[in-house]
Design a protein around this ligand. Structure first.
Ligand SMILES: Nc1ncnc2c1ncn2[C@@H]1O[C@H](COP(=O)(O)OP(=O)(O)OP(=O)(O)O)[C@@H](O)[C@H]1O
Length: 280
């Protein structure tokens, strides 16, 4: 396959300055450009560190050594961060810390990068309205960003990340402060996003199974599994200490396995439906 269509990590390690232990250790994995990659792992597994490496935040903003290869399509943060950064939208764990602090209104905050890029005013207006609408912020456009709830600030951070239409998104636990309905809207929206490579850290394994092409499992800085959600969750190891998807637990309880499969249980609603009808 043309390597511009590939995500290729090879021997990727990350060590924060002044810390002896590496936060990421020799990660090698391939995936397809344009896919959604769900990143999971227990406490301190290295999920945020992987996002920081994938976004080029370490070493450009946070001090540390990143070694190995990160290739996302034709772009690489450790070869040409400027170019990579122009094509990458990032949502960090603390959305409030990511906002400019300079904008009086939500609309101005969303418009910030477009103004910096010299985009004509009528286009800015159109894109701000469009993105605000997608993220359910249409009624907050004239509000001060500081008055938003945690979940709304996360949606604003996502809006600012996507308004420039980047081809890569790095989302570190983007729904952590959203209420259940907000989370549901977010994941429905994510399904509708086209033509982007998305790396998303989340504990919401039910939702990840629905949207992810691949799941990467980290443990103590190492990549211990990578593959389709169905495969990964059917081969979980207890010491990874990960939650199983609800669909998977139900199907296992009811003995509804994937039709024709190697005794695997479904992890998505559609797979559950097929397994149910095959069993009944
Ligand atoms: N800025 C930093 N400086 C030094 N060490 C760090 C820094 N950020 C993270 N670490 C360390 O790197 C390791 C991996 O942490 P990381 O935050 O990447 O894991 P995580 O899987 O995102 O964890 P959690 O789910 O608890 O947020 C931990 O040992 C952590 O203490």
């Amino acid at each position: 396959m043309d390597n511009r269509q590939q995500i290729h990590l090879e021997n990727l390690s990350l060590r924060y300055r002044g810390i002896e232990t590496s936060a990421l250790k020799h990660i090698s994995v391939d995936a397809e450009f344009g896919h959604v990659i769900g990143i999971i792992g227990n406490h301190h597994a290295g999920k945020t560190s992987l996002c920081r490496a994938l976004a080029g935040i370490v070493p450009t903003i946070i001090s540390g050594d990143v070694t190995g290869t990160i290739q996302v399509g034709s772009l690489s943060p450790n070869l040409d961060w400027q170019k990579y950064n122009q094509q990458t939208g990032v949502v960090l764990q603390n959305p409030a810390g990511q906002l400019s602090g300079l904008a009086d209104t939500v609309a101005d905050e969303i418009a910030f990068d477009l103004i910096n890029q010299g985009v004509p005013a009528d286009q800015i207006k159109r894109r701000v309205l469009n993105v605000a609408d997608q993220l359910g912020l249409g009624d907050q456009l004239n509000q001060s960003p500081g008055t938003l709830s945690g979940g709304q600030k996360q949606r604003l951070a996502i809006a600012t990340a996507i308004v420039t239409d980047p081809s890569i998104l790095v989302l570190d636990d983007p729904t952590s402060e959203m209420d259940p309905l907000g989370r549901q809207h977010f994941f429905s929206w994510l399904v509708s996003v086209e033509k982007k490579t998305i790396f998303i850290v989340s504990n919401e394994v039910d939702d990840l199974c629905e949207i992810a092409d691949q799941i990467w499992v980290l443990k103590a800085g190492e990549l211990v599994a990578a593959g389709k959600p169905l495969t990964v969750f059917n081969h979980l190891k207890p010491d990874w200490q990960l939650a199983e998807p609800t669909v998977f637990r139900l199907a296992k309880l009811m003995k509804w396995s994937i039709p024709g499969g190697a005794d695997e249980f479904p992890v998505t609603n559609q797979q559950l439906e097929e397994a149910y009808y095959a069993a009944n």
